[in-house]
Design a protein around this ligand. Structure first.
Ligand code: AMP
Length: 281
């Protein structure tokens, strides 16, 4: 497995692989890899001749008071995990390599003004920019993203369609701890009391999945989910919402495919979880 730190070295390798006719898969990550990331890399390994994983804590997707400095990092462990799955290349650039004096950005008008985009107004502009750059550097045939970040996945799909990237986007299911908590690099911020409290998210998701049905009123689902989270003293809801699965705009009634998504602060740590629901066709 190779590690590249520059755009040029990455492009040189990609060019050779393309000349040899290999298909290329990309898994963009911010590192501190866990089994959620591993599931994406495994899927990428199954479907491509060459597997590229990017490990880059992207500064442009963090707001001024967010956790850029504290974001957990362990590149050696990340390398070991990627190698064990059979990745071929890790692209691990420094921020200067990616941005230098950049002033061009990619942003998306709708889809990013709801859910996480409300609390994190510059987040998806940073995500779209870095993912576009990675797409241009790696030029993958397939790129893998987790349903854990469902709004991000919807935004990337729309960006790829609107900007005509010739890349297939593959969404992968949420991987959870045994007790239900969605795996996340940010779970390491939780102390033991908070870790227990954090289970209110997955409990609310399970409840929502149980009670949602075709045509039901969104508020009836949200009320029960909210009650579960609000009964946890360490939890503070940022949002819980039922949105159209494609546009990310809130819907009053489940009369189309929806995403039910939530962000909850447990102490200072902001965690997200969600489920998708498809109406019967
Ligand atoms: P991150 O390193 O947090 O930016 O995540 C990189 C990719 O891994 C994103 O596409 C995430 O949606 C995905 N991912 C993170 N956690 C999980 C999880 N628990 N299950 C599935 N995918 C995940």
């Amino acid at each position: 497995m190779q590690v590249t730190k520059t755009i040029k070295a990455t492009r040189d390798q990609i060019r050779e692989w393309k000349k040899a006719g290999y298909s290329i898969g990309l898994v963009p990550t911010m590192g501190f890899l866990h089994e959620g990331h591993a599931s994406l890399i495994k899927k990428c390994r199954e479907e491509n001749d060459k597997v590229v994983v990017s490990v880059f804590v992207n500064p442009t997707q963090f707001g001024p008071n967010e956790d850029l400095e504290d974001y957990p990092r362990d590149f050696e462990r990340d390398c070991a995990l990627c190698e064990s799955i059979g990745a071929d290349l890790i692209f691990h650039p420094e921020p200067e390599e990616m941005y230098q004096d950049a002033c061009a950005y990619v942003s998306i008008n709708t889809l990013s003004d709801t859910l996480c985009g409300k609390t994190r107004p510059i987040h998806f502009k940073g995500v779209c920019t870095v993912v576009s750059k990675l797409f241009n550097i790696v030029t993958p045939d397939n790129a893998y993203f987790g349903q854990k970040d469902a709004q991000q996945l919807a935004i990337i799909r729309k960006m790829v369609k609107d900007l005509n990237f010739d890349i297939r986007i593959v969404g992968c299911p949420i991987i959870r701890e045994e007790d239900g908590l969605a795996k996340s690099s940010r779970n390491t911020y939780l102390n033991s009391e908070e870790r227990k409290a954090a289970l209110c998210l997955s409990r609310a998701v399970r409840k929502g999945q149980e009670i949602i049905s075709d045509g039901c009123i969104s508020e009836s689902v949200l009320k029960e989910m909210r009650e579960i989270v609000e009964s946890e003293p360490l939890a503070r809801i940022d949002y819980i919402s039922v949105v159209d699965a494609l546009t990310m705009q809130p819907v009053d009634q489940v009369d189309r495919d929806v995403l039910v998504a939530m962000a909850v602060y447990i102490g200072k740590t902001r965690l997200i979880d969600n489920f998708s629901y498809e109406v019967q066709k």
